[in-house]
Design a protein around this ligand. Structure first.
Ligand SMILES: [Zn+2]
Length: 485
């Protein structure tokens, strides 16, 4: 064989073995397409800039962040979801001011607003009635009264029971709260706040949270005697708030697996700016949210860049959520109005965090709770990172981000977080503080490895043959059986 034809042969062999598969998109599933540090730094510096003023839900900063994400999706060839106009899913929100007039009397004692009770939902009313257990046979004209011993059960009962009790004739609901953290609840619930517009306003019973530290009220109600209460509230001021989730889709390349969807999610809202926010100083009152959750959004954008360049087997829906800091509102709306059916959404890899203290790891809340652990670990390992499941103190944060709304529907949904070993002092320096900025104190080299690990873990999950699932025995397994039956 002639020397030059041997060289040509070698070249064409090289082309077939290495370059052609890349061009045709048949890369090995573990192949990594990287994103430059400069591109990632640009995303983060923009999202966490002072000009976006902390991206509070419903503000211009929130809208501009949403626009930035949408245009990134467009630039990388993602499509809007079917039936959607462009990349935006408007989320109907409202801001409710507490009623100006709040008078509450229980068993003859007048209670003080904020100190003794918080109005969680109001309408103009003047009610006098018996406080009754919701199990009572006749609730007509009564004030249904429940005992609540943790914030979790509070939110469950708040969203769950109103309609049933309204139908049975109850006029209001009182939750007697015997757990701690009253001041925190007061700060969060007692002020004007944003919530999802309730679709069924007819069943909006006034809902009061009453402090019952030692359970004294609850035991009085369980004994015979006076159970009377009166509630007078003026109409609260309600105004609409405009905000939207951002959704882009990428169809998978496998003819069968493309009907299964992986959802990649990160919230882009943060807590805003203002001298009145805890931690604000005269020098700095903008809560930039670089770590929370500029990093997560940057990872989402990185995944859109790399996955769109070489689509995986399964389809992927990329979602930027609004309203997370206001109570997981964007994701809560999404699971009620999904862009792709939830029963076809086989996995969610959420991205959220408070900050990092260890740049050799990624903390993955729920790592041990799904069968996608090997893919997540391997995605991290390729960038020199260890996937860390977190100790017992971190496990409660599984419920603190948008993944929770998916998990409750049955979808396996861990959260990828910047590396923390424990939620301590070091994290609190940045968590919901003006110091959470994309400045010289920020580790952009870690940002790159973090984002690439996320994008690769996503690719590996979207390519694996077997559908990922909850680890057998997980508390959400029952919901999964119901959803995917
Ligand atoms: Zn967050």
């Amino acid at each position: 064989m002639h020397a030059s034809s041997r060289a040509r042969y070698a070249l064409s062999l090289l082309f077939c073995l290495l370059i052609l598969p890349v061009l045709l998109g048949f890369q090995d599933s573990s192949a990594t397409l990287t994103v430059s540090k400069a591109e990632l730094e640009k995303h983060l510096r923009f999202l966490a800039s002072d000009e976006l003023k902390g991206r509070k839900t419903g503000t211009d900063g929130d809208h501009v962040a949403a626009r930035y994400i949408a245009e990134h999706f467009r630039a990388h060839g993602l499509s809007p979801a079917a039936r959607f106009n462009d990349f935006f899913q408007p989320v109907p929100l409202e801001r409710v001011q507490p009623p100006a007039r709040q008078e509450v009397k229980i068993l003859g004692t007048r209670l003080r607003p904020d100190e003794d009770f918080i109005v969680m939902r109001a309408q103009s009313c003047q009610i006098k009635g018996e406080m009754k257990d919701p199990e009572a046979t006749n609730l007509l004209g009564a004030i249904a009264t429940i005992g609540v011993d943790s914030p979790d059960t509070l939110f469950e009962s708040f969203s769950g029971i109103s309609e049933t009790l309204a139908k049975r004739g109850a006029k209001a609901i009182i939750a007697l709260y015997s757990s701690g953290g009253w001041d925190g609840l007061k700060g969060f619930l007692g002020k004007s706040r944003i919530s999802l517009k309730e679709e069924d306003a007819v069943n909006r019973l006034p809902f009061l949270l009453v402090r019952d530290s030692n359970g004294a009220l609850l035991s009085k109600l369980r004994a015979p005697g006076d159970h009377s209460a009166s509630i007078t509230l003026s109409e609260p001021r309600v105004e609409s708030v405009a905000s939207a989730n951002v959704i882009g889709v990428l169809r998978g390349r496998d003819p069968v697996l493309k009907d299964e969807w992986l959802a990649l999610t990160a919230h882009f809202d943060h807590i805003g700016a203002g001298r009145d926010l805890p931690g604000a100083t005269p020098e700095d009152s903008i809560f930039n949210g670089a770590r929370d959750n500029g990093m997560g959004v940057t990872a989402l954008l990185a995944a859109a860049t790399t996955l769109s360049a070489n689509p995986p087997a399964r389809s992927v829906v990329f979602i930027g959520f609004t309203g997370e800091e206001a109570g997981l509102l964007g994701s809560s709306y999404y699971v009620q109005h999904p862009a792709v059916p939830l029963r076809n959404t086989v996995f969610v890899l959420n991205n959220d965090g408070a900050g990092y203290t260890d740049t050799s790891i990624v903390t993955v809340l729920g790592l041990d709770r799904t069968t996608a652990k090997p893919e997540i670990e391997s995605g991290c390992r390729q960038f020199g990172l260890e996937a860390f499941a977190g100790g017992p103190d971190l496990q409660m944060f599984f419920n603190a981000s948008d993944n929770r709304n998916f998990a409750e529907k049955g979808i396996p949904a861990p959260t990828f977080c910047p590396g923390v070993r424990t939620f301590g002092e070091e994290i609190l320096k940045y968590y919901h503080r003006p110091a959470d900025e994309a400045d010289e104190g920020f580790d952009f080299a870690y940002l790159q490895r973090f984002c690439e690990a996320y994008a690769l873990a996503a690719r590996l999950i979207a390519n694996r043959t077997e559908r990922p699932a909850w680890t057998p025995g997980d508390k959400f397994e029952k919901a999964a059986v119901e959803l995917y039956k």
